[in-house]
Design a protein around this ligand. Structure first.
Ligand SMILES: Nc1ncnc2c1ncn2[C@@H]1O[C@H](COP(=O)(O)OP(=O)(O)OP(=O)(O)O)[C@@H](O)[C@H]1O
Ligand SMILES: [Mg+2]
Length: 357
């Protein structure tokens, strides 16, 4: 659907050239919600704006529906852009136009008749829940409602792709959820491919199927959202996920581990951090460890969450028993699809070292 090859973008800044995108390759499938996340200045807007050629890349190809947009002349490009709707952070509505007329603007520009415009826009306003507000002006509606107008306008030309650049960044959390739900609905019911730019992992978690992490103009990590959440590879990805799934254990847990270790006397104990996604469920696995392998387990910390109906969770447990038992337990957990991280606790509670076994 969207294929980006060898894309680079160099701006001529006041203090010399700025390399905003460096060799981006990306393949976005039809009908998916593809999230692109990164910190401020990472190159997100530069990237999304090349998908409809609002930015002409310095190098590389942008292939949408089989055509390389960088090779098209003005008229073909205008036609190709009708297949690509865009939603902006600050809505970009015209204050002198009503809700209806803002949504209808692309169709007016395309020269559609008044009747044809009404036939298109009325169902769209219905879809975004604004039928009752059609005659209001932007100053008379809320931020969330403005974004709904922005979405209706983006959908007016019946695009196949919807680009969203921080569409929810100016909205409160509840309104954000309702706008994301609307984007998801549009994706599902109209089969639209959605490319969604954000700096918030929560947005990715709520709506995206796949995610690419962009940093310094490069894609540094990419995968199914559940996969990236449960097995983040890069430090930048971990720090972005940290707001939802804390990547470090709280100091209080480590203090408790010290107390538990002190009680053990000669026996051995190990702090394990378990994480899993999808099929595995902790409860029977933990009972197995206790019953069959004879381990003592103290559950110290944990959380369970859901991404698109798939459960994922992480749990910190202190396992006490002979080291051979603990070793067998780790093998068993891994065979059940649970990721196991042995947390080194030698120097707790001041610093926390984590390492794989
Ligand atoms: N027109 C421009 N001229 C010069 N430099 C630019 C221009 N647009 C963006 N940049 C620079 O390119 C880099 C990437 O900018 P971009 O707007 O793509 O980042 P972003 O990830 O969207 O950031 P934010 O989250 O703050 O919106 C930044 O260093 C930015 O300062
Ligand atoms: Mg931006």
């Amino acid at each position: 659907m969207i294929e980006i090859r060898g894309l680079s973008q160099i701006y001529q800044g006041a203090h010399g050239p700025v390399e905003a995108l460096r060799g981006i390759d990306l393949h976005i499938q039809p009908g998916e919600v593809f999230g692109i996340i990164g910190k401020s200045g990472a190159g997100k807007s530069s990237l999304v704006r090349t998908i409809n050629l609002l930015n002409r890349p310095t190098q590389g190809a942008v292939i949408v529906n089989g055509r390389d947009l960088t090779q098209l002349g003005d008229a073909d490009l205008r036609a190709a852009r009708r297949d690509i709707g865009m939603v902006f952070q600050h809505f970009n509505l015209l204050s002198s136009r009503t809700v209806f007329d803002n949504a209808a603007l692309p169709l007016e520009l395309a020269g559609l008749s008044k009747d044809a415009i009404r036939q298109r826009i009325e169902p769209l306003l219905e879809l975004v829940g604004l039928t009752a507000l059609a005659k209001r002006y932007p100053a008379q509606i809320s931020g969330g409602q403005k974004q709904r107008v922005g979405i209706a306008r983006a959908l007016a030309s019946h695009p196949k792709v919807l680009l969203s650049d921080e569409a929810t960044s100016a909205l409160d959390p509840e309104t954000t959820r309702s706008i994301l739900a609307l984007l998801r609905k549009v994706n599902r019911e109209m089969g639209l491919t959605v490319v969604l730019i954000t700096h918030q992992m929560q947005v990715i978690k709520d709506v995206a199927d796949r995610v690419a992490v962009i940093d310094g103009g490069r894609i540094v990590e990419m995968g199914a959202v559940l996969e990236v959440f449960t097995r983040p590879q890069q430090a930048i990805t971990k720090s972005l996920i940290d707001e939802i799934v804390p990547q470090e254990l709280p100091a209080s847990v480590l203090t408790r581990v010290q107390a538990l270790a002190a009680q053990l006397g000669g026996a051995s104990g190990q702090l394990l951090r378990l994480s899993y996604a999808g099929e595995s469920a902790y409860q029977p696995i933990l009972s197995h460890l206790i019953r069959e392998l004879g381990l003592d387990l103290s559950i110290l910390h944990g959380q369970i969450d859901e991404i698109q109906g798939q459960t994922f969770g992480s749990l910190a447990v202190f396992a006490s028993g002979a080291s051979a038992q603990i070793h067998r337990a780790i093998g068993y957990l891994r065979s059940q699809g649970v990721q196991v991280e042995v947390v080194k606790t030698g120097d707790v509670p001041t610093t926390q070292g984590m390492g794989d076994v």
